[in-house]
Design a protein around this ligand. Structure first.
Ligand code: ADP
Ligand code: MG
Length: 155
């Protein structure tokens, strides 16, 4: 039986969230899938911006709502950033996502992944962001033991 673990932290500024993302980004080894869950404006893309930096990327991270998928170079890693906001179905992007998830030298980051959940591997790291104030965010990591190395456990 695989047990899910939970770790929670609160950030108070967008910079805090970026820093947290950078901390996670620096821990990536390749082959991971990270799913970000929040309402619009929760801070998913802000987190990814930090994550890419922390992974060593100098590429510009934007909200890929109109392109759905973007790739960033981060040292030896490729970061695949997907955003399925407002899509009813993923179509061919589903195949791209599955392919990206199978890249041992890549890490997949997904925003609004509800419509592709059946394609995501079961052991994805799930990061849920809840807006608990104007600039306060409660961030919950849910993960299996084999992804515990991605969780900072301190900020
Ligand atoms: P999403 O991708 O979830 O729609 P974005 O990262 O694009 O969200 O936007 C988050 C917005 O919330 C930004 O304008 C950011 O400056 C603001 N914000 C305020 N406080 C925080 C915080 N603690 N963490 C992340 N973003 C925050
Ligand atoms: Mg976003």
């Amino acid at each position: 039986m695989k047990a899910w673990h939970e770790w929670q932290v609160t950030t108070h500024t967008p910079e805090d969230t970026e820093r947290l993302g950078a901390n996670v980004g620096a821990r990536l080894r390749g082959g991971e899938v990270v799913e970000l869950v929040s309402d619009l404006g929760g801070g998913k893309t802000t987190f990814v911006r930090g994550l890419a930096k922390g992974a060593g990327s100098r590429d510009h991270v934007t909200s890929p709502s109109f392109t759905i998928g973007q790739e960033y170079t981060a040292g030896d890693l490729v970061l695949y950033h997907f955003d399925f906001y407002r899509l009813q179905e993923a179509g061919v992007m589903e195949d791209e996502l599955a392919e990206a998830a199978g890249d041992p030298h890549g890490a997949v980051i997904v925003e609004w992944g509800n419509i592709v959940r059946h394609v995501l591997p079961e052991g994805s790291l799930i990061i849920e962001i809840q807006a608990t104030g104007e600039t306060e965010r409660k961030i919950t990591f849910t993960y299996l033991e084999d992804r515990a190395y991605l969780v900072p456990k301190e900020v």
